[in-house]
Design a protein around this ligand. Sequence first.
Ligand code: ASP
Length: 290
Amino acid sequence: MLMGQPIAIAIHGGAGNIRPENLPPDRAQKVEAYMREVVEEAYLLLQQGRMAIEVVEVAVRRLEDAGYFNAGTGAVPNERGEVELDAAIMDGHTRRAGAVAAVRQVRNPITLARYVMERTSHVLIVGAGADSLAQLWNLPLRNGIETPSEVPWSYGTVGAVALDKHGNLAAATSTGGIMHKKAGRVGDTPLIGAGTYAENGVVAVSATGQGEYFIRSVLAYDIAARIRYAKQPLREAVLQAFAERLEPIGGQGGVIALSPAGEVFLHFNTPGMYRAAINASGHRIVGIFR
Ligand code: ASP
């Protein structure tokens, strides 16, 4: 299996109070099957030599389109009943990044984030300015997508991290934010270093959970800094970032993290996290609960 350069992919569909008693088994099975499909497709693209940055975008777009998650089509409204979406993408090769926040009209915020990275000299564009770029660039809009009034299964953010054949890492994250958020509230997802980070030779991270705590912990970058400067192994870096930075202030959530060698570590301190991965040895993981 291990021939040539390692490749690996991991995705999440949000962390939270996800327990077997809250999630009907047929629903759990459907979501698991969907996540399995998404990682298998992404893995195939990586086997074909596609770049990590493309693969994380494709994977997150599939998760945004699923309707199962609080992102893209399935996003939950804020306290005014409006949907405001955040997303970010980062290329570990160049450390280029693109992000959008509080966008309302675009169907796939992750694609808009990628276009911000590739077609502008900016990193983060918010609100009406970002929505008008989506129109300018002819991206599909949310028109006609009903905002679900009650989304009992819709948890958090979706995200992906990938390692391609060329040794590039990339990360992407997309969300409708937290339930009942104030209009204009922006979480960790579109903030580089908080909810999303990738750097070749170091790590790729996508986070989910109570964004305010991830921002205050600069969690994704804290993990990267431990690996880069303190030379901590992936697992230890993630566990210590949670134990020393996130948890002392009361933060709850999870991350998917990927090393340059294709080691995958999926960690959460909530009852559940929707997750799936294929690591460098081809080992498959799909899960929801602890
Ligand atoms: N982290 C996201 C936010 O705070 C929400 C989530 O992951 O559930 O916007």
